[in-house]
Design a protein around this ligand. Sequence first.
Ligand SMILES: *Cc1c(COP(=O)(O)O)cnc(C)c1O
Length: 352
Amino acid sequence: MISFYPGPSRIHDQIPKYVKDAATLGIMSMNHRSDEFIQLSKRTIALLKKRLRVPKKYTVFFTSSATECWEILAQSLITKKSYHIYNGAFGQKWFEYTQHITNSAQSFKFDKEEELDVVDHIYSSNDGVICITQNETSNGTQVSNTILKKLRNQNPNHLIAIDATSSMAGVKLDFKQADVWFASVQKCFGLPAGLAVMVCSPRALEQVKSKGEKKHYNSLLFMTEMMERWQTTYTPNVLGIYLLMRVLQDMKSINSVHKETLERFRQWEVFLRPFESIKMLINNQEVQSLTVLSIEAESKLVTKIKMKAKKQGILLGEGYGELKNNTFRIANFPAIKESEIKQLQKFLQTIE
Ligand SMILES: *Cc1c(COP(=O)(O)O)cnc(C)c1O
């Protein structure tokens, strides 16, 4: 089965070999307080920073999922308010999870065809974390680096947190324009689920320190103390970290990866243009995600396409949330092969 699901998604071809290597090398029973683990953790973090161009002063953490990161931030970073600016299901979930914990989250919805207007988001009170879903996986939209930069310039005193789960390692992200970035690895990283990375600026960690929250196993304060020794507060997904290291070793610089993602995206655009019964859900080029394509069609046709594709060994992404019936999604992630894209395109040509 060729998976075009936008998460869990197609894993890199080499993963089975790396799992085998992990077994041979004893990684699967490696002690998480051992020197070997410390070396693995240190090496993985250095590679992540290098490949993705994360500022040197930022700290990288390992967590189990993006969802865990939502909760960590609500518990340990947000002191009073948080401003959740979103246009889709994942942004909304982040808002809701935060609201359950802090009871002071505010939501600001914008239309999926609309470019986020930063003028509407100048916050006067100095306190409050601005939360943005950079790539909204549910509808295939993104917030550009340019907009994030404007948002940062207009709110210099606020911390900004970014969910980049379905874009990190697939497109170039300007890490210095925000204080917290996180992503789970089962999307653009092309790895099996069960691990996420979270990147924090020194300013974010200062706020964590002054908040001093110590009620949870995943209190960011404890995590920071452990990460000073390249460790985690609980036994982490050591195999996942090892696989991440191997994939990062193979990975080209994010600039080349970005170029390839963009080229493939353009190719999809040209391919889809002549179709009458299916079209891109998002019309505004400025907000179209490069890594997740949401395709719109009549609900009967959507069902037929997904079913027929499956029979041919192609797994398409279901529509998400309220878009379930009228859309399907195609991941444009680095692990997907050119030949697989050709195969899907050949199939789509038969449906019209
Ligand atoms: C997939 C996804 C999540 C959830 O990731 P988990 O690893 O399941 O917690 C959160 N945010 C976005 C934008 C996603 O695409």
